[in-house]
Design a protein around this ligand. Sequence first.
Ligand SMILES: Nc1ncnc2c1ncn2[C@@H]1O[C@H](COP(=O)(O)OP(=O)(O)OP(=O)(O)O)[C@@H](O)[C@H]1O
Ligand SMILES: [Mg+2]
Length: 580
Amino acid sequence: MKKILLKSIKRYWFAIFLQIIFIGLNIYFLTYPPKIIGNIIDLLYDLETNQNAIIMQVWYLLGSCMILLGIRMPWRWLAGYIPRSIERDLKDKLFEQFMRIKMASLQNIKNGELMSYFVKDITEIRKFIYRLMSHGTRFVFTIMIATFTMMSGVNIYLTLVTLCPIILTIFLIIKIKEYVESSFRKSQKYFTDLSEYVQESTDAIRTTKAYTGEMNQLKEFIRKNRRLREANNAVDVHSTLLSTCLNICFGLCYGISLLYGSKLVLEGVITTGDFVAFNGYIGLFVGPVSWIPGVISYYKRAKISYQRLDNVFELEKEKILPKVPAKEDDFQGNIEIRDLSFNYPENLEMVLSHINIKINKGETLGIIGTIGSGKTTLMNLLLRLYPVPDEKIKIDGKDINEIPLLTLRNHICYITQDNFLFSTSLKENIKLFKDGFEDEEVKESTKNAMVYDDIEKMQNGIDTIIGERGVDLSGGQKQRVVISRAFLNKSKVVIFDDTFSALDNKTEQMVLNNVKELVKDKTCIIISNRISDIKDANQIIVLDGGNIIESGTHETLLNKQGKYYNFYKEQTAKSQMALN
Ligand SMILES: Nc1ncnc2c1ncn2[C@@H]1O[C@H](COP(=O)(O)OP(=O)(O)OP(=O)(O)O)[C@@H](O)[C@H]1O
Ligand SMILES: [Mg+2]
């Protein structure tokens, strides 16, 4: 995170440098109007003699105002440009990081939390950079330039006595800020909590409605929302305390200046013009000092956000880039799994135990098993979505860990169980991050997946955008759109993870026939709990609780009269009942 931030700051160093120069000039020229007004007041004593000098001073006043205008415009523009540019860089890098984090780490981050990194944390950092650049720098310059002008131009003792309350107030502010920080931390936590809740509730809206859970969801939302409001109120109370402190401070400054300053005027130590200018100079401090709590507050918030983001940036990334140039011909798709056992990180329970499988190029493996028996997990390992122990999975005789991720994943087409579709066109969903396919090829793949007719009926065909204007697909349509990817993809290994479950028997048979044709010289894995999907596979394994309890061809497994046979009996009985 530090590196990313520094790199971004380095990128905009010239803009930052310019802004500092503009701020310095702005403060310097701000000391001119009080000084000129003081001069005019002193010249007013002898109006006749000083007439020309007064006119000159008025010109100076106008001139300094024009210069100030000229400085402020580019400075204000830069003040917005720099933090927004750094924010953009951070968002790009954070998204890149999310894309590359290892699944094992990513699964601990909830969706709502992910959003709050983008929406809240990066914004906090931008706001702090803005405050630091414009307010913090102005504070430093004001202290230096205005104090020097007051001391050298008016009176050193008057300056020191008048500015005493400011120093005391700064200490007080820092103390009160500790309370602001703790209340802000709470508010941020509740905000994340609420975002996560909204995210989850919207994802689950169908289930909630189906189970009439709206009121329960609403009640919980109201509770969380109220808790957030209370935390925000606490932040406001502490912030108000701070501004009150500031008002008292400046009241004291002006009071001291009036009392001690007028005494000095009466004693003839300073002129009336100096006295007026001095009060003008005090005015220069009001803004910068009142911004200090803001800068500290934003610093504390940004610090918390920085730590949160830093934790994400520290998460281990996948090494996606190939170490060696991937030669397509190297990859054949002969898979051998030898004594593979696996448990998910942070979960000691074994999900797969002593798995042994051998599939040669051109063969099909069928996997059947109870719910949660580890079927998807085994596929996750074939794609190295989770760390695979060395020498347990070999592809074409090579340890899977030695194969560059990009090569491995490019050669495996994994049709996942969740049928996830992005809110983009059907065409893009089928091509899925891969370019170089003609529309005709995409259409051909939808024909093979038996979804072509459904798509043709839609107004924009394969260009129909999913999720827009009510275009949503049925479960079976979604499955077939997802299956189309397998027909388009030129990969050497194809995996179907429970992707035929929503199809009716007739469509399923037609899709399976096309799949058979497709995988003639590929390695294919079909996970399904329907015997009809896997019965023609060269080899079938039955998974139960992470163990292979049976394996063989359809016929040998039926002869064994074990679990597979039971599945078969159950399913034939069901289809008999359906026919009657
Ligand atoms: N990301 C994960 N982190 C921790 N445990 C997980 C994770 N994914 C799955 N599991 C656990 O691993 C076991 C196997 O899950 P898996 O998804 O591989 O089963 P499956 O055979 O594909 O089930 P299904 O038939 O429902 O698709 C389950 O007990 C599940 O709770
Ligand atoms: Mg599964």
